[in-house]
Design a binder for this molecule. Sequence first.
Ligand code: DGY
Length: 325
Amino acid sequence: MAKPVLLVTRQLPAAIEARAAQDYDARLNPTDEVWFRDGAEIARRAVEARADGVLIAAGDPMKGPAIAALPASVKIITTFSVGTDHIDLEAAKARGIIVTNTPEVLSFATAETAFTLLLMAARRAGEGERMVRADKWQGWAPTQLMGVTLEGKKLGILGFGRIGQKLAGMARGFGMEIHYRDLRRLPPEVEQGAVFHETDDGFLAAVDMLSMHVPGGEGTTKWLNAARLARMKPGALIINTGRGNSVDDAALAASLASGHTRAAGLDVYDGEPKVFAGYLGLENVTLLPHLGSATIETRAAMGERALQNLDCVLRFDLPPPHRVV
Ligand code: DGY
């Protein structure tokens, strides 16, 4: 029997590409050519290949028109990401195309990235690194680059899902007090002593540091705006490893410039890979290039998950384990 045709938009870890090539008639993108940024081009290639499945990644724009242009042969879109904000899920559903993602396996890695940014922001690690590289370091000084400790501070976690809970576990090890805001209060075994807040105002006013873990989408667009930043304590830290569009960049940059927000650490950006120009000249913001899940172990596990979903739909006629729609 002919192997199912699989269009893969991005370069993937070698072992995942090898497995895809073994079990599928795989149309790979081994050099990561940037056609994946154009949904129409993804659809065009799917038509050309008569693809049965399309394996995309975080950010590949599968919005309504691109989904409408996919050939009737496509049964599944699987995304190499937990986030699905780059896909028009309703459009896929309307066409009867299954959409799957890669949850759970990236929670720890993404929480590690949030914690990295938290430490970097608190301890001014980006500034220090830039100073040394620029050959501007004059030696140890009693008042040089003094940051703040995490110990004893209140960490506010916006979105207490899998990633937020992993971050809470790490932060407890640093003696932090955990506060969280979510749609609803979680059971005590999940909270493990974390303080639930029923309102944004109460939450923001209570915490010293905020880590954002919202999945993106219209409901949270520019959630962290000037008014919410103003409600936070002077000297608060802001970390975002969720989605960039949940932050009002101009408001955060202004708050950082004024010193009301002491420092920020960002891994995700509205319209990435474009980064809001107002951040680039600020010393008190650490900017990472969407490294959230970027560990060798996690990317391998994400690839396995993507293939597992594809196998179920295209090879074994089984329900995929990580179906979104
Ligand atoms: C995801 O999986 O949605 C991440 O943002 C990619 O690391």
